[in-house]
Design a protein around this ligand. Structure first.
Ligand code: NAD
Ligand code: UD1
Length: 343
């Protein structure tokens, strides 16, 4: 049971390695380390007692992927590698189409060439765009509003076309809501480069003294306290959803060989609720100021989880306090991220 995890040194991929190794898989990481640190791989070994095999490479390199898939006799692929910053995708769309769309095309071509047909793909709830109704079901229309989201939708469409063209494929598309948190050991976590774009890593850096205060983007949304509401999901729950989804692939028939499922908790929390929860977890105040809305943000966004519960027999188990206390444990033990450990 050998599996290739592209982007396996990154935030979500590294946690996924732990879950798959603990389940008995032989994990091979394929990553160009563009947004990650090999220290994460050593931490995976510290948690599981097993170092994933590591192949440094770029998913746009089809020949390298073919070699790696054959060398390790991989049964399937979990595909995390790609770029994920919404703002950057508007400034540099070509890099996003290159890494996310062309990268996935090359990966699928390599898999076809060597006869590996099982794939789990990291999509995002951002493919839904502005919600027309809540909670967001998988049947909601797909209308992403930024280049990052459009690259995810193009890949989803490519996967549906590919699965329809050849019954040998088994494909799972997972649409993540807002993954946060860290491994409970404090050894793995999110380690953003530069100023964090997302709420939780920003709060964490304020808590640990790396930043003075949080800017809350908008206090006048039509929500219960005026701040944006999101569906935050603990990273360990999220990667356990990948295990279920991967194991579901072998139970699929050849006529229904591609599925899309939301991975969220179904609960929406506001920015102020997140701040309060983190303050409880870290036992210290998080200074903040309410500023103008961030362009492109929606007011409220959370998942319908029925399909995940029924189809994958999976639901998130960890609550907001777990998300905050695990994040706090991670940043407290690694205030400078992986870099300080690997220097
Ligand atoms: P991350 O940046 O921490 O991890 C991505 C990994 O892929 C990194 O290790 C990076 O070095 C590697 N990588 C990037 N481009 C590559 C390439 N061309 N070839 C080989 N390796 C490459 O990001 P993450 O948060 O772990 O996200 C993983 C996936 O999940 C991404 O596809 C992202 O779009 C998707 N996703 C993430 C979130 C989130 O909030 N983190 C939400 C929705 C979807
Ligand atoms: C963002 C991405 C989305 C991606 C998701 C992954 C945008 C527009 N969308 O979603 O495509 O799938 O991350 O997690 O970037 N906030 C603050 N101050 C901050 C940062 C955020 O108030 O410094 C607020 C935001 O306005 C929002 C909430 O916190 O209401 C969550 O923001 P964030 O963590 O960036 O996630 P999303 O915007 O949901």
């Amino acid at each position: 049971m050998s599996i290739l995890i592209t982007g396996g040194a990154g935030y979500l991929g590294s946690h996924c390695c732990v879950s798959f190794i603990e389940r008995g898989y032989d994990v091979v990481v394929f990553d160009n380390l563009r947004n990650s640190n090999p220290e994460a791989l050593r931490r995976i070994e510290a948690i599981t007692g097993k170092m994933p095999k590591f192949e440094q490479g770029d998913v746009r390199d089809q020949a390298a992927l073919e070699t790696v898939l054959k060398r390790h006799d991989c049964d399937g692929v979990i595909h995390f590698a790609g770029l994920k910053a919404v703002g950057e995708s508007s400034q540099d769309p070509l890099s996003y189409y290159d890494n996310n769309v062309i990268g996935t095309h090359r990966l699928l071509s390599a898999m076809s060439a060597v006869g590996t047909h099982r794939l789990i793909f990291s999509s995002s709830a951002t493919v839904y765009g502005e919600p027309k109704s809540l909670p967001l079901t998988e049947e909601h229309s797909l209308n992403p509003v930024n280049p990052y989201g459009r690259t995810k939708l193009i890949v989803e469409d490519m996967l549906r076309d590919l699965a329809a063209s050849n019954p040998a494929w088994r494909v799972g598309v997972l649409r993540y809501f807002n993954p946060v948190g860290a491994h409970s050991s404090g050894l793995l976590g999110e380690d953003p480069q530069g100023v964090p774009n997302n709420l939780m890593p920003f709060i964490a850096q304020v808590a640990v003294g790396r930043r003075k205060q949080l800017s809350v983007f908008g206090g006048d949304y039509p929500t219960r306290d005026g701040t944006g509401v999101r569906d935050y999901i603990h990273v360990v729950d999220l990667v356990e959803g990948h295990l279920r989804a991967y194991e579901k692939l072998s139970a699929l028939g050849s006529s229904e060989n591609c599925f899309s499922v939301n991975l969220g908790t179904g609960n929406g929390y506001s920015v102020l609720e997140m701040i309060r929860a983190f303050e409880r977890g870290a036992n210290q105040p998080i200074p903040f100021e309410i500023v103008a809305r961030r362009e492109g943000d929606v007011s409220e966004f959370y998942a319908d989880t029925q399909k995940a519960t029924e189809f994958l027999a999976w639901s998130a188990e960890r609550d907001l306090d777990d998300m905050c206390s695990d994040t706090w444990n991670w940043v407290r033990k690694n205030p400078g991220g992986y870099k300080s450990a690997s220097d």
